[in-house]
Design a protein around this ligand. Sequence first.
Ligand code: GTP
Ligand code: MG
Length: 194
Amino acid sequence: MQFQKAELVISAASKVQWPQTELPEIVLAGRSNVGKSSLINALTGRKKLAYVGNTPGKTRLLNFFNLDDQYMFVDVPGYGYANISKQQLIRFGEMMEDYFNERMQKRGLLLIVDARHKPTEDDLTMIDFVRYYDLPVVVAATKYDKVKPSQRQHNLKVIKETLCLRDEEKLIPFSAETKLGVDEVWDALLEMLH
Ligand code: GTP
Ligand code: MG
């Protein structure tokens, strides 16, 4: 989808900084370095809306992206970063609890996993956390271009089973490189947003 306006409103360290809008929001989460920023850029047709870096785990705040004053993407910091301290882990949990308890305009989660690997405990924790709030979930298996065609069905099956995906929780092969899955992810997001 092409937007006239797609901009980072704020990188919020705490809830007092959350934007005061009522636009429906999609939360985007995934492990550090999974390809989340690249996915956001591919979905919004931008080259560098979301920072794409080489150092994993740089993004530590909730990033709110305004898309044409219609929707908001909330980019959650990548988790599962090896060097995270216990203190940071607690702060991350509190930040997510604040968001899901208090943000009325939340509409669902786009969980991003790596199509090459089995999802981690952290991925399962995140998806279960959101299920607890009765929010819909869509999973994008990104870097799909890096999976050998002969491996693809198997990998999707492993992801589906590891995350215990329900029938209504879509798993969509994605590639920021080839733009595979961009339309399908948008269809799923629009369903949550409307
Ligand atoms: P952090 O915010 O640092 O945790 O990372 P991130 O999850 O935002 O990942 P990012 O988009 O920065 O991508 C990490 C690396 O993976 C970069 O080198 C990207 O170019 C690469 N990458 C991301 N998506 C794809 C993809 O679909 N295919 C391929 N081949 N590479 C990708
Ligand atoms: Mg990023």
